[in-house]
Design a protein around this ligand. Sequence first.
Ligand code: SF4
Length: 346
Amino acid sequence: MRWDHLGDTPAAPADTALFGTDAVTTRTFDTPEFRGITFHEVRARSILNRVPGASRMPFEWTVNPYRGCSHACVYCFARKTHSYLDLDTGLGFDSQIVVKVNAPELLTRQLASPRWQGAHIAMGTNVDCYQRAEGRYRLMPGILTALRDRANPFSILTKGTLLLRDLDLLVEAARVTEVGVSVSVGFTDQELWRTIEPGTPSPQRRLDVVRALGDHGIGCGVLMAPVVPFLGDGPEQLRETVRAIAASGATSVTPLVLHLRPGAREWFMEWLGRHHPGLVRRYERMYGDGAYAPTWYQRRITRQVHEFAAEFGIGPAGRGASRRISGPRDAPEAAPAPVPEQLTLL
Ligand code: SF4
């Protein structure tokens, strides 16, 4: 295992936090929730990551307190990043979780630096910051506190219902800065969910998060991702998913078709062969040219989702996904903070 490279990508020098092997503490917990999972606790040297090629992204900075994700989505594109640590990108990604235990104190310090200009910070852009480990390590309350205290704008993308634990902090932060929250729900099909996203809360429970956030004045967009070809893309499936998203009070819906980059692709195709062997050839044809489904297919899905969105009265993406709540320290409302739709994986 390479502990000298704990950035999120190999080509991001500013993203590289260095550790010595003696800085790693490995733990397991014998509770049903964490059985089979190994946690590697590390003390990172830096927690603010600059996004390489940020011009293509709606944000330049990210914070990722974890590496690996027990939500275990078969298609997760972050799988590849585990290989930079010489860790397995399949089961290892789901069960070998790196925890940057000093993330809150580091962020507090880095936000206080005179060099920090208060740029928007996106979270949940590599792996889910509200995955199960967060229930034990509780890094996000300290991170949100640091952001709130500095009135630093931020956004979170998650599949984790654990986010509601920190609702009070989110509301407090939204009183002083731009806060964007997006939840990822690509489909509502129960069978598909159980097999392809086996470690995640159910789509319905995620939509309950959207509803709860809305009830507390925090508008929440839904990233409808991934739309899974031949398994979750039937017109009735799309319609039902958009209907459920609209019923949750989501401020927007953004469809994103499954993409299969190296690292995720091998794991996904293995899964497909086991669960849907009859689809393997069709997938090979559809993704034969690379990581993305053909443009005509992506356009068709986007058009259909937009039509259903119009039918159920839910707005397009980019509106209202971030929210600033009026409060004593409030200044005139600023433009909505960017939400990490383009990058997202969740
Ligand atoms: S897609 Fe998101 S929630 Fe699923 S395993 Fe990857 S990081 Fe975790």
